[in-house]
Design a protein around this ligand. Structure first.
Ligand SMILES: Cc1cc2nc3c(=O)[nH]c(=O)nc-3n(C[C@H](O)[C@H](O)[C@H](O)COP(=O)(O)OP(=O)(O)OC[C@H]3O[C@@H](n4cnc5c(N)ncnc54)[C@H](O)[C@@H]3O)c2cc1C
Length: 439
């Protein structure tokens, strides 16, 4: 192994505190050549290699007992093509650093999820997405990538290579170690945010217009109630002035109500679950209407300080009303108390083989449970409902599906496995989690 890579073996735990590992070694390579050398020497010893991002997946997808590669020394912008808007970045770059760096050169990613600590490679490898019926997940903006395969070969993958490009953009870390990603960026833009409480039946009745008439539409439904918080974010014409939230309003809404008070609500709910429905009704009322205009990343991103576990499935858009009413019935019938709002988002179809959005316009339904409460019964109940509606699980969030079911939900599942056989025949990148989902 190289002398410049830094080795620090340590116990690894994910953000949700629901996955952990004892890697045999932790290496922080500085270059693609070093990554290739680590992979070659580990393969020669019969040891496994796994890149880890920011540990923001809820599953064990990033866990390994082999060599863990931390990619934070291969981060930063490597190349900018002003003509095409293509920007090449090191695989370990955090989304928040990328957003900041892009903003400085007048560019932006077309869409974002609701947090930004993830690495570019970790986020795309699991199919991370935001909301917007005309926009795909973040991996849909990939215009090329560099990956080190199981024998240490460095491949440059472009859209012309339909097989590898189809497979590697959402690769679950199973095909190799990504060392750089090229994103097709757009000119930086401001968003006009409009947030307001609505009744869930009104949201569902007006769903098509809400989804189609807004660039980024999403809502949070408070279980045990018919209340929802609706968010419409729309691009504004160039030259529009920023009108960000005042510091005081941000502090009250985003820090006190959505985080500080919400933590207290969850702690109370942990000990007094029967109070949760009433607390949810209060939470649904506490967050009032607000409008502001700010840079896109500032609108997309919300602080998440209350720790939770999450399951998220993509279902065909038309199935959403049925899914929501079945969840409502299940919650009422089961007696389960749920303190976290259910998050509903939308995205356009894409052509990425293991993307939840593969050739399908989806609604995304995400359920959460406070980290000190047992999530299993709730997630199991809801997962069965997703299963009735061809639900495709988010690869970075909790689910229990095995290869046979996943094959039926992801039409290119076996094509992906064939590419894996080609790029990693010795399974240098295998983990127990990948064995569970890919077989
Ligand atoms: C608070 C919170 C909010 C979230 N919000 C959203 C959201 O809005 N939308 C959404 O879709 N998801 C969301 N997620 C899920 C999250 O985006 C994904 O799980 C994502 O994969 C995490 O990225 P990471 O950098 O932490 O990667 P990790 O979880 O560390 O790794 C994920 C996978 O990527 C692989 N990987 C990492 N780096 C490389 C590399 N260089 N080469 C090859 N494989 C690599 C790992 O091996 C692993 O298989 C959220 C998660 C949390 C905890």
């Amino acid at each position: 192994m190289t002398t410049t890579s830094q080795h620090t073996a340590a116990r690894w735990t994910n953000w949700g505190r629901c996955a952990s590992a004892e890697p045999a070694d932790v290496v922080r390579p500085r270059s693609t050549a070093e990554v290739a050398e680590v992979v070659r020497s580990a393969a020669a010893r019969g040891q496994r290699v796994k890149a880890v991002g920011a540990a923001h997946s809820f599953t064990s997808i990033a866990a390994t007992d082999g060599v863990m590669l931390r990619m934070d020394r291969i981060a930063g912008i490597q190349r900018v093509d002003r003509g095409t808007g293509h920007v090449t970045v090191g695989a370990g770059m955090r989304l928040r650093d990328l957003n900041r760096a892009l903003d400085q050169i007048g560019l932006a990613l077309p869409n974002m999820g609701d947090v930004d600590p993830q690495t570019v490679s970790g986020a795309t490898s699991t199919g991370t997405h935001g909301t917007g019926a005309r926009l795909t997940g973040i991996a849909g903006a990939i215009a090329g990538l560099e990956i080190v395969t199981g024998d240490g070969t460095v491949l440059t993958v472009s859209p012309d290579d339909h097989e590898l490009f189809g497979a590697a953009r959402v690769g679950l870390g199973a095909l190799g170690i990504i060392t750089s990603l090229t994103f097709a960026c757009v000119p930086s833009f401001l968003l006009r945010a409009r947030e307001e409480p609505m009744r869930l039946p009104d949201v569902v009745a007006g769903l098509d217009a809400l989804v189609e008439d807004n660039d980024h539409f999403e809502f949070y439904w408070f279980p045990h109630t018919d209340r929802a918080l609706v968010k419409r974010n729309n691009r504004v014409p160039e030259g529009t002035e920023r009108q960000p939230l005042s510091k005081a309003r941000f502090l009250i809404d985003d820090e006190v109500l959505s985080n500080g008070l919400f933590e207290v609500v969850n702690r109370i709910g942990t000990h007094q679950p029967r109070w949760i429905p009433r607390l949810n009704a209060l939470s649904g009322r506490a967050l009032g209407a607000r409008e502001y205009t700010d840079r896109a990343p500032a609108v997309f991103i919300s602080p998440r300080r209350v720790r939770f576990r999450e399951m998220e499935y993509a279902v065909p858009r038309a199935a959403l009303p049925a899914v929501l009413s079945e969840i409502d019935r299940w919650v009422n019938r089961s007696g389960e108390t749920v303190s976290f709002p259910i998050e509903v988002r939308f995205a356009a179809p894409d052509d990425i083989w293991l993307s939840t959005g593969y050739e399908r316009a989806n609604a995304y339904v995400a359920v959460h449970q406070y980290h000190q409460m047992d999530y299993r019964r709730y997630f199991e109940g809801v997962e069965a409902i997703f299963g009735e509606h061809e639900g495709r699980p988010h690869w970075g969030k909790l689910h229990t599906l095995e290869p046979d079911t996943l094959r039926a939900r992801y039409p290119r599942f076996d094509d992906f496995r064939s590419v894996r056989d080609r790029l990693d025949p010795q399974r240098t990148f295998a983990t127990a989690h990948l064995a569970g989902v890919l077989g």
